[in-house]
Ligand binder design. Structure first.
Ligand SMILES: *Cc1c(COP(=O)(O)O)cnc(C)c1O
Length: 455
């Protein structure tokens, strides 16, 4: 959020030019009460001060970052008209831009065919996938790993299909043998593979899961809400790379442009490889589609009204930063991963920390050394608070025993899980700032552990 001084005048200029397109109409006197508007806007400034600095590299907690300036400028410009991408009647240009932007995402995954659209977020994108999958294979359930996003068991309950948790290995990746045993019961119609789990950024072995389709019939859905854009990064671990290369064989993909795609919130995306699934969306709206026989996005979307501005923002961002291998967008993602690797190395050098494993993507999780699980959890929470006060913003995550046990031989397990410290290095700026971040981490640790004399 380092705001270039000319950004606002660029927006004013673009807004003026945009108005020109409607100049043939009788003018309206758009005379807002500027002083009232300014008063309220300044109230907003005051209210918004109550936030963590999500834009700053010292914020490395949750999956948060501000959109690229082109995204919020394009969003602001489009929302002055407020097109609705439900129907071409509500937004011809923004619907076309949505189709183009979504096709670029499909292309990023090397899909030659697709049916897809933007959604309000990853939850809705996953919901549509699980719904279509259920329609295609009714009477069978959903399987996802125990580290999959909590939305999957919850959405399965909404759809009234049984949900089966599949165990994970010590790095949080789905155990394919356990999946195979579950598939052998013939009760599973949908397998969700997570490429980038929300807690630790683990990538399920999609390539091995794909081969199970030779023997079992299921819809393979990839939840890449957080990790999907890593398909563009070349220097991943070999196993991670193989998983991303297998996306081409999935039946559906959920990805969140509002996570790593530099968009304001309200921008998810769902893709189906078989475009004939459009039939499941069929409905008879008596009043929306009149202007054209071309595809109205409302005909293939569960949500009706959707912000045309979201599509415009995404299209503009992808014009500026194409989502292709070797481009600036991909390089910036690579920097996020390098920042995570540096944090991991820095933690290894300090005897008080135990990082769980080298980050597969850009999330690092670590525990505080202690004699017992409960004590380690208590120290993590204490450190989290001390660090926040010193302007270093981390997150906490509850990690099950199975993923921590390989690191700690002498731990007394007085709890089934450990509260760990967690960092999402989702901004490329983290890389250049890592020496400062590590220094601040050390100083926060000195301050924190002086409070507890036994450490
Ligand atoms: C964030 C996330 C979701 C949920 O997406 P929202 O955009 O928050 O609705 C689902 N799955 C994974 C893996 C995620 O990281």
């Amino acid at each position: 959020m380092a705001i270039h001084p000319d950004l606002t005048s660029t927006l004013a200029d673009a807004l003026n030019r945009f108005q020109v397109g409607f100049q043939h109409l009788p003018p309206l006197d758009g005379r807002e009460d500027l002083s009232a508007l300014r008063d309220v806007l300044l109230q907003v400034v005051e209210r918004l001060a109550d936030n963590d600095p999500y834009h700053h590299p010292f914020y490395l907690g949750q999956m948060m970052k501000p959109p690229h300036p082109i995204a919020w400028l394009a969003y602001a410009l489009a929302s002055s008209l407020n097109p609705n991408n439900h129907a071409l009647d509500g937004g011809r240009a923004s619907s076309e831009m949505e189709k183009e932007a979504v096709a670029q995402i499909a292309k990023m995954f090397s899909w030659e065919t697709h049916l897809g659209h933007l959604t309000s977020g990853g939850t809705m994108a996953n919901f549509e996938a699980l719904w279509i999958a259920r329609e295609r294979r009714p009477d069978r359930g959903v399987a996802a790993s125990s580290q999959a996003h909590y939305t999957h068991p919850r959405l399965s309950a909404v759809l009234q299909v049984p949900f089966q948790r599949i165990e994970v290995d010590a790095r949080g990746r789905m155990d394919v043998e356990a999946l195979e045993l579950a598939l052998a019961t013939n009760s599973i119609g949908t397998v969700v593979a997570t490429l980038g789990t929300t807690a630790v950024g683990a990538v399920d072995p999609l390539d091995s899961i794909v081969t199970l389709r030779d023997r079992f019939d299921f819809h393979l859905h990839v939840d890449a809400a957080y990790g999907g854009y890593y398909a563009l990064v070349e220097d991943l671990e070999a196993a991670t790379r193989r998983a991303f290369d297998a996306i081409v064989h999935a039946d559906s993909i959920a990805i969140d442009p509002h996570k790593h795609g530099l968009q304001p919130y309200g921008c998810g995306c769902i893709l189906f490889r078989d475009s004939s699934v459009g039939r499941f969306y069929r409905h008879d709206s008596p009043y929306t589609y009149f202007s054209s026989n071309d595809l109205h996005l409302g005909e293939i979307s569960l949500e009706c009204s959707r912000a045309g501005a979201s599509a415009v923002a995404l299209w503009a961002t992808q014009q500026m930063l194409p989502i292709v291998q070797g481009g600036e967008f991909a390089r910036n993602l690579g920097l996020c991963r390098q920042a995570a690797q540096q944090l991991y190395q820095g933690l290894l050098r300090q005897s008080r920390w135990l990082p769980l494993f080298a980050p597969e993507l850009d999330i690092v999780v670590w525990i505080c050394k202690a004699a017992t699980a409960q004590e380690s959890s208590r120290l993590a929470k204490q450190f989290f608070n001390v660090a926040t006060k010193m302007d270093l913003h981390l997150a906490l995550a509850e990690i099950p025993r199975g993923m921590v046990a390989p690191l700690v031989d002498e731990f007394v397990w007085d709890a089934p899980s450990v509260t760990c410290l967690r960092s999402c290095l989702m901004k490329p700026e983290h890389f250049a700032w890592m020496p400062e971040i590590l220094d601040r981490l050390d100083r926060a640790a000195d301050a924190c552990f002086k409070l507890s004399p036994e450490h």
